[in-house]
Every structure is written in C-alpha cells, then in structure tokens.
Design a protein around this ligand. Sequence first.
Ligand code: HEM
Ligand SMILES: *[C@@H]1O[C@H](CO)[C@@H](O)[C@H](O)[C@H]1NC(C)=O
Ligand SMILES: *[C@@H]1O[C@H](CO)[C@@H](O)[C@H](O)[C@H]1NC(C)=O
Length: 325
Amino acid sequence: MDLRVIAAIVLLFSPFKIEGQANGLSFDYYSKTCPQVEKIVRDEMNSFYSSDPSTPAAILRLVFHDCQVGGCDGSVLLDIKDKNHQQEFDSPKNFGIRKRELIDEIKLKIDTVCPQQVSCADILVLAARDGVAIAGGPTIRIPLGRKDTTVPHSKQEADVGLPRNNVNLTKAIQVFNQEVGITLEEVVAILGAHTLGGTHCDGLKERLYGNDTVVPPRNEAEFVNYLKKTCPKDGPNQFTTTFDLDPTPRSFDNKYYVNILNGRGLISLDAEFARDPRSVNIVKRFANDQEAFFQVFSSAFAKITTLGVLTGNKGVVRQKCSVLN
Ligand code: HEM
Ligand SMILES: *[C@@H]1O[C@H](CO)[C@@H](O)[C@H](O)[C@H]1NC(C)=O
Ligand SMILES: *[C@@H]1O[C@H](CO)[C@@H](O)[C@H](O)[C@H]1NC(C)=O
C-alpha cells in the first residue's frame, strides 16, 4: 500500500486526533492570545521551586483536588468570605492543601503580558505539570482551554467528591474509571504522585484506627505499630507531625514503588497496591522501570486534568483566582 494512504488511515483512526478535542480543549489554544503562557508558568514554577523544593508536591495535590470537585475549573482556589456559607476549601478532606496563592501570583505575571486571556484552571494544570518535570519527572503535553467556574462548589460537594483517606483499591478503580476512563495500570501510576510530599498524622488516622482497617501482613505490622506510636489516636500532634510519602519526597522518581514493596506505604491505598494481586505486578514493574511509570503517569495525568472541564461560554476567565468575577 502507498505510504501516504497508510498515513491517512493511521491519522483517521488515531486516538491522538480525538484526544484533547472531544472535550473542547486544544494544544494550541493560546497560540494567538498568549503564546508566552507556558514559558511564564515554567519560569514562575522554577523560581518557586528554588525557594521551596516542596512546591511541586503542593501544586500536584492541589490540581487533583480541583479536578475532583466539580471538574478542573479553578474552584479550589476560591476564597469566599461568607460566615454563613461553608465553601469547598473548608472540607476537612482539603486538610494540608498548601500554596493556593501561588496560582494567583502566576496569574498576575501572565496578565501583565496578556491580560484576561488565561484561566486559573489552565494555569493550575500547567503549574502542576511543570512541577512534576522540575522535580525530575516526565514532561507532559497538556491540551488547554479550560474555563473557570462562575459558581463556587460547597463543602458538601468536596466531602463527597474527594476520596476518603482509607479508600480501597476496588473503590478507587471504580471511581477513577467512571470519571475519566482510567485503567487499573493508570490508577497505580497516578498514585505515584505520592513520590512527592508528605502526610500529617491526620491523613493516617483512618488507616490506623478506622473500623475497616485491614490487618497488615508480615513486615508491615511493625511499621504500622511505629506509626501508631508516633500518631496516637486523637493525639495532640495530629495536625503537626508529618511523614514523607517516600524516601525522596522532593524527587519525582519511582522510589515510591520500591518503598511500598518494602511495606512502607503510608496512605492505605499505597500499602494496598503492594499486596493486592491485582496491582502488585504493576507496582513491581514501575519499581524496576522508571520510564514505564513516567509514561503511564503522563497518560493518567492528562486524563484526570480533563475531568469535567468547562469550555467556551460555559465558564469564564477569572480576574483573580481567589475571587469570582
Ligand atoms: C485517590 C486516593 C488518594 C488518597 C486517599 C490520597 C490521600 C492523601 C493524603 C491523606 C495526603 C496527606 C495530606 C496531608 O496530610 O497534608 C496526600 C498527599 C498528597 N497527595 Fe494524595 N491521595 C490520593 C490521590 C492522589 C492523587 C491522584 C494525586 C495527584 C495526582 C495526589 C497527590 C498528592 C501529593 C503530591 C501529596 C503531598 C502533598 C504535600 O506534600 O503538600 N494524591 N494524599
Ligand atoms: C471497599 O470500600 C467500599 C466502600 O467504599 C466497600 O463497600 C467495600 O466493601 C470495600 N471492599 C473491600 C474489598 O474492602
Ligand atoms: C467505629 O465504630 C464505633 C463503634 O461501633 C463507632 O462509635 C465509631 O464512630 C466508628 N468510627 C468510625 C471512624 O467510623
């Protein structure tokens, strides 16, 4: 067959052609209105990183929490001062969320060059993507064109939309798959985000003291006892004592998988991956092959950051990320 015909057929059936367009996003969205946007975000993230190398962790968790509650629409950045209304951010499931103000800072920089063009939702996704790369992880291509919500989400929506800290594998597969068609392999890869950052005792209390706590096998028991000693039930240090989620919490690498195979997974799901027959071989593969992890993480990240996006006139470009227009 003629090569051009093959090329045409490949193009016709290629999933990449559809990707990023079915949901109204595109890779060249700002090419006319703000061609510098990606460089500005990258420069800002580099500068934040040099003053605080834990920045990528904060922003990566932030984008997940934004997307998980009403879609990737910048809602988690809102700070609505209203004593009678509990907002999304007030959900205890957002405990530990840090550095929301950095997105406003990046927005300010962008708006001096291309005022009122770039949404907070897009800036947040780009900043998270850049944080991953700056910390040593993969460079991920991200389609753009998300708009910001004009309607704040409630505390209740966040309570329901964000995962419980002891969510199990069955539930996690189900939720992620229903939301954005994420595969089991991608679930294991996206939780590799826990290669960055840390958890407070608070994040472990359901694992350590909850009613549906799974009894940990062999080498994990000792570790769990150590965690219980360090984080006593309802202890005064719940919101102060922290643990790194893997031994290299500033590097986006595959040490998370090595660590959980050693029975040192902190969040329940982290620990479960390493012992569940459905996931353990994927964990072993990622522990041995960082490139494989990076590849699957990238496709999972691209999927979760298109969750429930608002495009066209369904949303707005906010003037300030923390307040509605
Ligand atoms: C779905 C199940 C998940 C559960 C149960 C979970 C739970 C947690 C908990 C309890 C913490 C500690 C928070 C604290 O005490 O400050 C944490 C931190 C973190 N999570 Fe997750 N997470 C999940 C999924 C994800 C996903 C999908 C991502 C990103 C794509 C992510 C990224 C992070 C990051 C980067 C941190 C460190 C934050 C920091 O150091 O400030 N997590 N997670
Ligand atoms: C997983 O969690 C769900 C609730 O979220 C529960 O109904 C189910 O029984 C749990 N499955 C296992 C295997 O523990
Ligand atoms: C666990 O069970 C006890 C007794 O049944 C109950 O009082 C408590 O609220 C439960 N804790 C959680 C976290 O569900």
